[in-house]
Write a protein that binds this ligand. Structure first.
Ligand code: ZN
Length: 224
């Protein structure tokens, strides 16, 4: 705790005070342009990763960066998505998975491994589509590392489809008000790969000059 309290003191004197104008502006309200959905994993910091300032990202986090489909579990996730799209009018929604994801490792493992973690097992049911894609389309992939890497990518895409079931998102997509982006952050390199809907695959943002990947704007299902 001491480290955190120390950090608060350093934030107040070294960050808040010199940028008082920015923080005073945020008192009146927020107008982030991005809803950033990612894993609860402590190794990802969305603001650091995208070099964003306070007020720029509306962030939704949970184990495995999952988006429960509309109607099944209209809880915190549905509320945050609805508010971001209808009230804040975000223009982009990013679902960002990450390498070495514990939730995806658990999803690929034997169900018995989660016998003592019933809440986690129940939550991972929202990744059932991912589990089935892995079981049916990648059963020949034997390498544990390759399976996990594929599972992480397929899960981001499955959650994008789930996102489309939310009425606020679907309506915003049909009027061209929002774009969807599937990203995977690499803990190993610090790089981010984005799904390119035209190329049908994830490709890294190599450098700042690279053309951004074609976002998933249409409600059309991707072809696998
Ligand atoms: Zn994770």
């Amino acid at each position: 705790m001491e480290k955190l309290i120390d950090g608060i003191h350093r934030f107040q004197s070294g960050v808040f005070a010199p940028h008082r104008g920015l923080y005073e502006g945020l008192v009146a309200g927020q107008s982030p342009s991005v809803l950033f959905i990612t894993c609860s994993d402590s190794r990802i910091s969305p603001s650091t990763l995208t070099q964003s300032e306070p007020g720029e990202l509306f962030i939704l986090r949970n184990a495995g960066n999952l988006v429960p489909s509309w109607g099944i579990h209209n809880g915190a996730e549905a509320a945050a998505i609805e508010y971001a799209v209808d009230v804040l009018e975000v223009r982009d929604i990013i679902i960002c998975g990450h390498t070495q994801c514990g939730a995806m490792t658990a999803l690929l493992g034997p169900p018995d491994d989660l016998a003592e973690l019933p809440a986690v097992a129940n939550w991972l049911k929202h990744a059932e589509a991912t589990r089935r894609v892995m079981r049916t389309q990648y059963k020949d992939v034997s390498s544990k590392e390759a399976r996990l890497e594929t599972c992480i990518e397929e899960n981001v895409l499955a959650q994008i489809e789930s996102l489309r079931t939310h009425p606020a998102v679907f309506a915003a997509l049909t009027r061209g008000a929002v774009s969807l982006h599937a990203w995977v952050y690499s803990l190993e390199t610090g790089g981010v790969a984005a799904f390119d809907s035209e190329a049908g695959q994830f490709a890294p943002f190599v450098d700042a000059k690279r053309e951004p990947a074609k976002p998933l704007t249409s409600a059309k299902l991707r072809s696998i």
